[in-house]
Every structure is written in C-alpha cells, then in structure tokens.
Design a protein around this ligand. Sequence first.
Ligand code: NAP
Length: 241
Amino acid sequence: MTKRTALVTGANKGIGFETARQLAQQGLIVWLGARDRRRGEAAARDLAGDGDVRFLSLDVTDATSVDAAAARIEQETGTLDVLINNAGIAVADGEGLPSTVHPETIQQTLDVNFFGSLRVTQAFLPLLRKAAAGRIVNVSSSMGSLTLLSSPENPLGQFPAFAYPASKTLLNALTGWLAHELRDTSIKVSSVCPGFNATDINGHQGTQHPSEGAKVVAYAANLAPDSISGTFFDVNGPVGW
Ligand code: NAP
C-alpha cells in the first residue's frame, strides 16, 4: 500500500516539530516545512529515527517559495494526504488592543497566520484533491473564538492583544468556508486549538510540552471518513467559533 504523505508548515520547532514527529511515527511520509534551510535540515535530521521525514524549504509568506514546494511534492509523491497549516507568529512589539495596536502589526501577523495558510492551501489543494481522503488542519487558537470573546466571562479579556486573536478568527473563517466549498469531496478541513504550550511564540510560558499540543493536531490529520468537516475543536471537544 502507498504511504500517506503529510506537510507540516513551520515544523522546525515547537508544535509543528512535534506534529511532524507524531505523524512520522504513525508511518506517514512527512514533509517538514521550514523557511530556514539550516534549521529545517537540522530538525529533519533530529526526526530521522522517528520515520520518513524530509525537509521542504517553505516560507509561507513567499509565493515563489510556496509554488516551488508544491512543485517538488508533485514531482516526488504526486499527491498530498495531509496539510497542516501550523506556521504562525505573534508580534511582540506593536501588539495591543484595538485602540492602540499598530496597523502594521496586524498586517505582519495576518501575512503569516492567515494569508500564509491561504496561500499554502491554494497551492497544495490540487495535490490534496488527488489523495483518497485529504485532510487540512488549520492550527488555530481559542483566542480566535468570537464565542469566548462575547461570553459574559470573556476569558480572552485578560490578553492585551488584537492582531494575533483576529488572525486566528480569520483562519477559522477559512476553515468554515473551505469546508463548505469542498463539501462534495472527501477532503475534510478543521481548525484546532492545541492548548497552551511552552514554545518560542509565548516565551515558553505555556503550561504543557508542545508534544501534548501536537496530539490534537495529529488527531485532526486522521479524521475518519464519516467525520464532519468544518469544525473547531481542542483536546476537550468543540470550541465555539
Ligand atoms: P513556535 O515554536 O514559535 O513555532 C512557530 C513556527 O512557525 C516556527 O517553525 C517558525 O519558523 C514558523 N514560521 C514563522 N513564520 C514563518 C513563515 N513565514 N514561513 C514558514 N514558517 C514560519 O510556536 P508554536 O507554539 O509551535 O506555534 C505553532 C502554531 O501553533 C502557531 O500557528 C501558533 O499560533 C499556534 N498556537 C500555539 C499555541 C501555544 O500555546 N504555543 C497556542 C495556540 C495556537 P522560524 O523558526 O523560522 O521562525
């Protein structure tokens, strides 16, 4: 039987790295996407003992890089079964609530977290369509949940940020709309929140190891054929949009 293939963007460290590890351990051929060749090749080497992990040069903000990555996978494996849109940033300087956030911060954040995921999804969709059961996983965050934002307890109110949460809200919109567009195909699209993980994006303040957060991402990569497409969930179940 042909091995399933997966691409994880931003996989040289953090949750993406651990997701690449888990999918490789499950027997998938994993393309480890990274924008920096040295960091990416080192990460792929680190995972060599976990399975078939191949470095793929991929900067999600660069259309030329994205197109070249898609062309390489098409040439080498012909299809793609799983796309994990994991690459993400949070801009420390210039973040803030809507009255003070720098517009450039919003632009910079959207460029990676939303437009990057959109660009990669569009480039790889032809390869996902060729797979028997394509899976697209958008690594989102409960911080993007408008349901939580508008709830009386508003647990998000404690974070003095707008650009990052808004980027995940938009990413969730992509999940919903893409699932609708692909409703007559075997492709399923999900948004997942990996929980609060100790990684560079939050100065390692997270309360769990990224290998924990990666579990829900890997779960979404393996959604059963009868699962509903276009859902948003974390380790505890559905998250309100
Ligand atoms: P991280 O350790 O900082 O990893 C982020 C990854 O994204 C790195 O590999 C980084 O590459 C890559 N990246 C950034 N810009 C890129 C670009 N233009 N092209 C390609 N790759 C790029 O953070 P993380 O916590 O693992 O974050 C992974 C995802 O989980 C993000 O989408 C984040 O929003 C989401 N998330 C994290 C948490 C958490 O608690 N950590 C919670 C909810 C959601 P470089 O090394 O080259 O910078």
